[in-house]
Design a protein around this ligand. Structure first.
Ligand code: UDP
Length: 342
């Protein structure tokens, strides 16, 4: 097995045509790596693959993954490809278990076939479920997802940890809080179709004059609205590069939270979007969305210590300003984010 990765190495990025994946490819290229994107383009965009080749393939296809790793002399893998919506996972849990769990199994199997030993896994704060008490979530807190998205990601983490133990692989699971914002140079950004995430939907509402639905106002939080820890996508991307370059991974598997350690409520996000767009998004209060915990805010101290990582975008307004700049400029042909838009 090869050791840890170094500059000049080729890194396979599954899901590299997607939102966080494409920003990570840019960060990899700037750090001297060569990203090779493996994506079926079901949710990603070919226009976002700007820093290396694109191989079209299904993440559950072990043979295609293994042959891509061998053909490109891959020395590390960053695994993003998967399904990502809490709400979607409540409606179609079968798809989430299939893509997210079988995808991890295929990536691990292909890595063993191609003799690749280091894996960075795209995980999520949804593995914590509803925290027992308010406060910052640390990696040692109880794990207990409350939706199939979180369940499937936790299953992926556990499969990876067991494979590290059994087969000598090394992996870091990065548990993202709420990825947000866009490349500050405007080359890439968030463009899901259909869009379900708060910030792009609120921007669309502000720019189009249509209304956004706020999911619940009776949560046990200071203002009654759901609270999340919004972290800039370029900061997330940089953490992947740092994890890839770690000299050693304790016990072969480590999990780390990636957040700012600061919570913002849905209404605070709506206000910041209004500031950035020059007019507030119209919104109505609707019922809670199934599977939404009231508050998810990271204790990011482990990533700070292990990766020497600090978010460079450290306030919500700046993060949202980059998202608005991207939306005004281009969105890879996605014309409207709002599900009820004409
Ligand atoms: N949200 C909302 N209206 C929407 C979309 C999201 O009120 O149209 C809320 C959602 O309930 C959550 C927060 O915004 O509290 C962030 O949701 P998002 O889907 O962006 O990310 P998640 O936290 O589910 O990963």
């Amino acid at each position: 097995m090869k050791g840890y990765t170094v500059q000049g190495d080729r890194i396979l990025v599954t899901g590299g045509a997607g939102y966080i994946g494409s920003h990570t490819c840019k960060a990899l290229a700037y750090a001297g790596y060569e990203p090779v994107v493996y994506d079926d383009l079901s949710n990603g965009h070919a226009e976002a693959v700007l820093w290396g080749p694109l191989v079209k393939g299904d993440v559950r296809d072990v043979d295609r993954l293994a042959s891509t790793m061998s053909a490109h002399s891959i020395s590390g893998v960053i695994h993003f490809a998967g399904l990502i919506e809490v709400g979607g996972s409540m409606r179609r849990p079968d798809l989430y278990w299939d893509h997210n769990v079988n995808g991890v199994a295929a990536v691990l199997s292909a890595m063993r076939q191609a003799d690749v030993s280091r894996l960075i896994f795209s995980s999520t704060a949804a593995v914590y479920g509803t925290p027992a008490q308010p406060g910052l979530l640390s990696e040692t807190d109880a794990l207990g997802p409350i939706n199939p998205y979180g369940d499937s990601k936790l299953a992926g983490e556990r499969m990876i940890a067991a494979s590290c133990n059994a087969f000598g692989l090394e992996a870091v699971a990065l548990r993202y809080f709420n990825a947000s914002g866009a490349d500050p140079e405007g080359q890439i950004g968030e463009a899901h179709n259909p869009e379900t995430h708060l910030i792009p939907l609120a921007i669309e509402a502000a720019l189009s004059g249509q209304s956004l639905t706020v999911f619940g106002s009776d949560f046990p939080t200071p203002d009654g609205f759901c609270m999340r820890d919004y972290i800039h996508v370029a900061d997330l991307a940089r953490a992947h590069v740092l994890a890839l370059g770690l000299d050693r991974i304790d016990g072969g598997f480590e999990a780390m939270n990636l957040g700012r350690g600061v919570g913002a409520s849905v209404v605070e996000v709506i206000e910041a979007v209004g500031n950035a767009c020059g007019r507030p998004p119209l919104h109505t209060i609707g019922p809670r969305r199934a599977g939404d915990p009231p508050m998810l805010v990271a204790d990011p101290s482990r990533a700070r210590a292990r990766l020497e990582w600090r978010p460079e975008f450290d306030d919500l307004q700046t993060i949202i300003d980059t998202a608005v700049a991207w939306r005004r400029d281009r969105r890879f042909g996605v014309t409207s984010a709002l599900p009820n838009a004409a």
